[in-house]
Design a protein around this ligand. Sequence first.
Ligand code: ADP
Ligand code: MG
Length: 164
Amino acid sequence: MEHNQNGEPFVYTSHSPKDTEALAAWLAKAAFPGAVIGLDGDLGAGKTAFSQSFAKHLGVKGVVNSPTFTIIKEYEGRLPFYHMDVYRVSLEEAEDLGLDEYFYGSGVSLVEWAQIVRELLPELHLHLYLETTGETERRITVQGYGEPYEEWCRSLKQNGVSTE
Ligand SMILES: Nc1ncnc2c1ncn2[C@@H]1O[C@H](COP(=O)(O)OP(=O)(O)O)[C@@H](O)[C@H]1O
Ligand SMILES: [Mg+2]
């Protein structure tokens, strides 16, 4: 599916895991049933760190591990939380995972290595691109595809990640 890029991205400079957690907390608060967030970036960029913070702020109790070997893990928080890592999956294999059940379900989906399943993602989604720019510095480019995700980006640009 083609994703028309609408709206300016919000480019966030994270200086520490705490900063990344602040962005995750903001997005967890904004999340709604059926929200989809795709994550890309090199190994060690912080995709799983972001996902763990997101889960925590969504009210998930207990440990959220990288789902690398299970592809999809389900958790219960304020909303159901579906954590996916499609690193080891081809697009063809992913087509048989029934991802739509998750994407259009009652929970929130976070997909690590989202570009692999780009054409299976809903047209409306949020995308985060994480880049390592220093030992503990990460540049996180947040791009909305459709509403309400573009509104999230506008709000983040205007107000920063403060959840106040
Ligand atoms: N600003 C930051 N944001 C996120 N993680 C950071 C940051 N600075 C250092 N880190 C560290 O980088 C590592 C990121 O690893 P991980 O989340 O597993 O990456 P990925 O899932 O993208 O491969 C973690 O050890 C984390 O503590
Ligand atoms: Mg990871």
